[in-house]
Structure formats: structure tokens, C-alpha cells
Design a binder for this molecule. Structure first.
Ligand SMILES: Cc1cc2nc3c(=O)[nH]c(=O)nc-3n(C[C@H](O)[C@H](O)[C@H](O)COP(=O)(O)OP(=O)(O)OC[C@H]3O[C@@H](n4cnc5c(N)ncnc54)[C@H](O)[C@@H]3O)c2cc1C
Ligand code: HEM
Length: 416
């Protein structure tokens, strides 16, 4: 177990409220400082998350929560949080040599924001917190790289992949079928894992990286990602007539400005959240919108390795027409006799697929009506409020927290 020295523990306990209160100011200042000193890192971090403040919030929350953990003020289990960050870092190819850069600018930002309150003792105590956390992450990341057979250096394992097919799925969703550009077969992956995709935005805007869950069958000769285009404008989430939000940078590029034959750089597959769990128990897959992608990888895998498994698929969407990969369900159901499908469409007027046996509800999902067996393994993926609502109801109905996993398509985790 990681332990903070006694003298630092007292100082961290005394200064935690101030750091907590100014957490996002500190991390905002940290990013400004770090990007000024290392402009090359601007292409590593997600500009959308910077603009909306989500990455600052995620980093501040992680450091503060870890300090609470070290000083015994929290009973939160740290392993899942460290695993999530380490897998995200590994998929971005973060190297141990980059930790001193983050540490230096983070601690300098603490000093700038808190001013005279940061005595040498306070600085030393927070330095210790940072490095205890950094060492835990570096160790986890080293293990992930080693298990994947990758060198311990930045960008480990990234390689060029060619788009071999581009399939429109719905008005806003497209699937890209990708094959290694060197002609090697695609490596396999575990259902629920994702890849980082680097895209050159053109027009002097540089490169950006985003994660996409692998939505095809593990072991296939190609990988598939299924991407929802995020539209901006005044009506989009967070926008207004005075300050419309921009289109999603990478999803727009993948939709509008990539074609079959183009080459993208992809990381190896990482991701700690399994969308199949243990094969011997019933599985509940609950998704909304584009959150269906890890569930589709699970179904593709199970339809070949455990077709008789009892699986309940619950999916919520605006309508059948907006439901990505829906056309694959009838064939999966033919191969999986114990797959039952429950769909919630806000607009259920455009009916069923002829061969699909599904219960179709109209309106917003009612989690109280989700069927599941007592020993079910549940995997959730969708917008955070949707998952919080479903998880809350599953807990209320007696499913233990450790049997419910979830994937957030952005920084952060569900509270509690
Ligand atoms: C593990 C994981 C798996 C994922 N799997 C999938 C998947 O299978 N399919 C999929 O489609 N997505 C998936 N995602 C999400 C994906 O990684 C991207 O976040 C998504 O495609 C949006 O990226 P973007 O570059 O298009 O949008 P960004 O440019 O990152 O913008 C994101 C949002 O922020 C808003 N924004 C950007 N800049 C500003 C600004 N200046 N002011 C206000 N608002 C702003 C945009 O309008 C947009 O709504 C996954 C994410 C994770 C972490
Ligand atoms: C102790 C040190 C660090 C902590 C506590 C930390 C914490 C985090 C957290 C909480 C996230 C969000 C994870 C999620 O998706 O939920 C994250 C993402 C990320 N981290 Fe770190 N990190 C650290 C070090 C580093 C280093 C050294 C680098 C490399 C320079 C780095 C680069 C990134 C990037 C690029 C992302 C994704 C950003 C995004 O999506 O906007 N981190 N980190």
C-alpha cells in the first residue's frame, strides 16, 4: 500500500481544502503553463475537452481524490480509477519520461494560484502526493505496454491503418473498416476495448487524437470503428445563438474528409472495461445512442464463442432510424437463441425490422422495466446521466455494484 510520509500527511490534510477549492483554477493554469513551455503537447491533448473544461476537471478531481485517499479521508476504491487513467494513457502512448514535465508545471501552478500559502513544506508535501500517484500510474502503464509486447517509449505501438471500407450506418453515424497498412492481419482485442485514432485536421490546425471503441468482431482480419458525427451550432449541447459551439473536430473529419484508401494512425487496443464479463453468467448490455459500440463487439464475440449465453440487450435511441448497427441484430439473434432485445425509442413510429424479435417501447428509457437475472454481469455505455439513472436502478433492485461496469465516452467516471 502506498503511504504518504507523516509530516507530508499533516501538511496535505491542512491544505487539502484550499487545493480542492481552487482545483480547476490550478489545473487550468497548469495546462496554460505546460502548453507554453511544450507546444508539441497541444497535439496530444484533446482541445475539445480543454475548451469545455472537462480535462481540467478530470485531472483536478484525480489529484484531490488521491490526496484524500492518502490521508485516509476517503474510502473510494482506487484500483478502478488508476486502471482507467492508465489504460487511457497507454492508448495515447504516454511515456514515464513525460511525468516530470506534468509534475513541474502542476506544482508551479499550485504555487501561482495559492500564492504565499505555498511554503516550501507545502510544496514538498504536494510534490510527494504527485509522485506517489505518478509512480502508481507509471508502474501500471509499464505493465500494460509489457503485456502488449510494446517498448516503453512515447507512441509505443502506433502504426498506420488503411481505411478499406466506409459504411454509412445512420444519418450521423459511419463505420470505418480498417486494415494494417503493412498488410499484416489486425491484432485481436477484448470486447469493450478502444483504440486511439490520430487525425490531421488540415488547414494548419495540427493533429488531434480521439478514442473509438472497436465495434466489430475480435479476431477478424480487420478492425471496425463506428463514429458519430458531433454537429455544432447554436442548438447543440452547450451552444447558444450568441456563442454557437463548433462541430466535433475529429468526428467531422472522419465523416467528411476521409475516404477509402486513406491512412490513419492508430494505437494498439487498450481499455479495462470488458463488455462480456465472465462467460458463465447472464449478461446485460445497456446502451444509448453511439454507446452501442462496445455492446456490438460483445455480441459479435459471443455469437461465435458462447452463442447459448443468456444475454439481454437494452438500447435507447431517438428512433429506429437513428439506432446504429441495428440491422445486425436479426442475424445475431438467429445465432444466439437466448439473446433478448429491448428497445426504447423516443419516436417509435418507424417500426420493427421484419426479422427482429424485440420488445419496443416508446419514450425515454424506464430502467425499472429492464429485465435481468440475479447473478447478471451488467455493462452500461451511453451519456453519463443515462448511465447514472440505469446504474442507480440496478443497484436499487439488488444488483451488487461490483457486477455493474460502465464506459464513459469522455474524461471521468460516474460519481459514487
Ligand atoms: C473510451 C472511449 C470510447 C469511445 N468510443 C466511441 C465510439 O465508439 N464512437 C464514437 O462516435 N465516439 C466514441 N468516443 C468519443 C470520441 O472519442 C470523441 O470524443 C467524439 O468522437 C467527439 O470527438 P470530436 O473531435 O468530434 O469532438 P470535439 O472536437 O472533441 O468536441 C467535443 C464536444 O465539445 C464541444 N466543443 C468543442 N470545442 C468547444 C468550444 N470551444 N466551446 C464549446 N464547446 C466545444 C463540441 O461542440 C462537441 O460537442 C469514445 C470516447 C472514449 C473516451
Ligand atoms: C500523476 C500524473 C497524472 C495524472 C493524475 C493524470 C490524470 C489524468 C486523468 C484523470 C485523465 C482523464 C482520464 C479519463 O479519460 O477519465 C487523463 C487523461 C490524459 N492524460 Fe493524464 N495524468 C497524469 C499524467 C499525464 C502525463 C505525464 C501525460 C503526458 C504528457 C498525460 C497526458 C494525458 C492525456 C493526453 C490525456 C487525455 C486528454 C483528453 O482526453 O483530453 N497525463 N490524465
Amino acid at each position: 500500500m502506498t503511504v504518504l510520509s507523516k509530516s507530508s500527511a499533516a501538511v496535505v490534510t491542512a491544505t487539502l481544502p484550499a487545493v480542492q477549492a481552487h482545483g480547476e483554477a490550478i489545473t487550468s493554469r497548469f495546462y496554460q503553463r505546460m502548453f507554453a513551455a511544450h507546444p508539441e503537447l497541444l497535439e496530444l491533448f484533446n482541445r475539445g475537452n480543454q475548451a469545455t473544461g472537462r480535462q481540467q476537471a478530470a485531472l483536478a478531481a484525480a489529484v484531490v481524490a488521491y490526496a484524500e485517499h492518502l490521508t485516509g479521508r476517503s474510502t473510494v476504491s482506487w484500483a478502478p480509477i488508476l486502471d482507467r487513467i492508465a489504460h487511457k494513457h497507454a492508448s495515447l502512448g504516454i511515456a514515464a519520461t513525460q511525468y516530470p514535465i506534468v509534475g513541474r508545471h502542476l506544482l508551479a501552478a499550485v504555487g501561482e494560484v495559492l500564492g504565499d500559502a505555498v511554503t516550501p513544506e507545502v510544496a514538498a508535501a504536494w510534490d510527494e502526493v504527485y509522485w506517489l500517484l505518478a509512480c502508481e500510474l507509471v508502474a501500471r502503464e509499464a505493465r500494460l505496454y509489457t503485456v502488449a509486447g510494446l517498448p516503453l517509449q512515447a507512441d509505443a505501438g502506433w502504426r498506420p491503418w488503411r481505411i478499406v471500407e466506409k459504411i454509412p450506418e445512420t444519418a450521423d453515424v459511419v463505420s470505418l473498416i480498417l486494415a494494417p497498412a503493412d498488410g499484416d492481419p489486425a491484432p485481436t482485442f477484448a470486447p469493450g476495448q478502444y483504440v486511439s485514432v490520430a487525425v490531421d485536421l488540415g488547414g494548419g490546425q495540427g493533429r488531434q487524437i480521439r478514442q473509438y471503441s472497436l465495434s466489430g468482431r475480435p479476431g477478424a482480419a480487420t478492425w471496425r470503428i463506428t463514429v458519430k458525427r458531433l454537429r455544432g451550432g447554436a442548438g447543440a449541447a452547450g451552444g447558444s445563438a450568441g456563442s454557437p459551439v463548433p462541430d466535433g473536430a475529429v468526428s467531422s473529419q472522419l465523416h467528411g474528409r476521409t475516404a477509402v484508401g486513406d491512412v490513419l494512425r492508430l494505437s494498439p487496443a487498450f481499455g479495462e472495461v470488458s463488455s462480456i464479463g465472465e462467460l458463465g453468467v447472464p449478461l446485460l448490455l445497456v446502451s444509448a445512442g453511439i454507446g452501442v459500440t462496445p455492446a456490438m463487439a460483445a455480441l459479435a464475440q459471443l455469437s461465435t464463442v458462447a452463442p447459448a449465453r443468456e444475454v439481454v440487450l437494452v438500447h435507447a435511441d431517438r428512433s429506429a432510424a437513428a439506432h446504429p448497427l441495428r440491422h445486425e441484430l436479426p442475424e445475431l439473434q438467429q445465432r444466439m437463441p437466448n439473446l433478448s432485445v429491448h428497445l426504447w425509442y423516443e419516436d417509435a413510429t418507424d417500426g420493427e425490422l421484419p426479422d427482429l424479435k424485440a420488445t419496443i417501447h416508446s419514450g425515454w428509457i424506464d430502467p425499472a422495466r429492464i429485465p435481468f437475472a440475479p447473478d447478471t454481469y451488467a455493462h452500461l455505455c451511453g451519456p453519463v446521466p443515462f448511465m447514472a439513472q440505469v446504474r442507480g436502478e440496478l443497484l436499487l433492485r439488488g444488483l451488487p455494484a461490483e457486477r455493474i461496469v460502465y464506459e464513459v465516452f469522455g474524461p471521468g467516471m460516474l460519481a459514487g
